[in-house]
Design a protein around this ligand. Structure first.
Ligand code: C5P
Length: 302
């Protein structure tokens, strides 16, 4: 086997409830993830020993050293199996960088499934999830896809089975927001200091609405505790959010932002809204996205 192609989806959090920081400085979350059909594509070419990456699309300015989440993923996978094979990764990024849609996590997840195939490791789904969690909080969900309830720092997942289809319009910003900075601002606003253990508001109502497939109830339950801190760091974002909120069934900041996701009533309504917003906000990138979709998968082996 010489070359493996894989993809992984971006995400939006339908609900993102955040508690005070833990003593390891991560925040305990209660969240519902939905994978959306904006994909990162990774090709993995066998190398005798080196692990390297080149980025195209939206990722041209990203580091290509060990800070790159895809490189981290390949190294962690190789280390956990004690191998010595290498890989050259080529990543075509479609998910906005630092946009709150877990694009870097999708790179890592696609890399894990690609290298597992390329190096013939036969890692189980659970082994891959464990390695994924060591790379970043959102990487396990990028592997799993679909809809999932996440707790811990977002890495402990239970899939949610629901027959729902969501049509989104994502309004992306040219400049990303730093996730640690948004969590830091959250602590500032709430007056939080690290604590050993804390309760986090739960997302049971939303999970019930998903199971019942009730889209208007789902729309009314979208919530993100990181909205205020993101708006505080980027005041223009609040105005944009307010302006687009009434254009669909509901709107929500995606993860730690600055992407704003508008939930539309139908595919037709979403297509129409995407066209209108592209004209009204020429500086923002408008993405049409549908969810939920499957997680990271190998698409071709040469
Ligand atoms: O897990 P990941 O590396 O993606 O997290 C990036 C940063 O986001 C962390 O270093 C932390 O500052 C913040 N974070 C957090 N609580 C979480 C997830 C992320 O504070 N549950």
């Amino acid at each position: 086997m010489h070359k493996v192609f894989a993809t992984a989806p971006g995400k939006v959090n339908l609900a993102l409830r955040v508690g005070p920081p833990r003593t390891d400085s991560f925040h305990p979350l209660d969240t519902v993830f939905e994978a959306v059909d904006v994909y990162e594509s990774v090709s993995a070419t066998f190398d005798r020993s080196e692990i390297s990456v080149t980025m195209s699309g939206k990722g041209q300015d990203l580091p290509t050293d060990e800070q790159n989440l895809a490189v981290k993923a390949a190294m962690a996978l190789r280390a956990s199996f004690g191998g010595s094979d290498g890989v050259h990764l080529e990543i075509d990024k479609r998910i906005p960088v630092a946009g709150g849609m877990a694009g870097g996590s999708a790179d890592a997840a696609a890399t894990l499934v690609a290298c597992n195939e390329l190096w013939e490791l036969e890692a189980s789904a659970d082994e891959l999830l464990e390695i994924a969690a060591s790379i970043g909080s959102d990487v396990p969900f990028a592997l799993m896809g679909g809809l999932a309830h996440g707790v811990g720092r977002g890495e402990r997942l239970v899939p949610i089975n629901a027959d729902v289809h969501h049509y989104w319009v994502m309004i992306t910003a040219p400049d990303g927001l730093s996730t640690p900075a948004v969590f830091g601002e959250f602590d500032q606003i709430m007056g939080y200091r690290p604590v050993p253990e804390a309760l986090v508001p739960d997302t049971r109502d939303l999970q019930r609405a998903l199971a019942a497939g009730n889209t208007s109830e789902i729309a009314s339950l979208l919530i993100n505790d990181l909205e205020e801190p993101a708006f505080s760091l980027r005041p223009g974002l609040r105005a944009l959010y307010k302006a687009v909120k009434s254009r669909g069934m509901a709107a929500i900041l995606s993860g730690s932002g600055p992407t704003v996701a508008v939930l539309a009533e139908s595919k037709g309504a979403a297509d129409q809204l995407a066209k209108e917003l592209a004209t009204e906000h020429p500086d923002a990138g408008i993405l049409r996205a549908n969810g939920p979709v499957a997680g990271a998968r190998v698409t071709e082996v040469i």
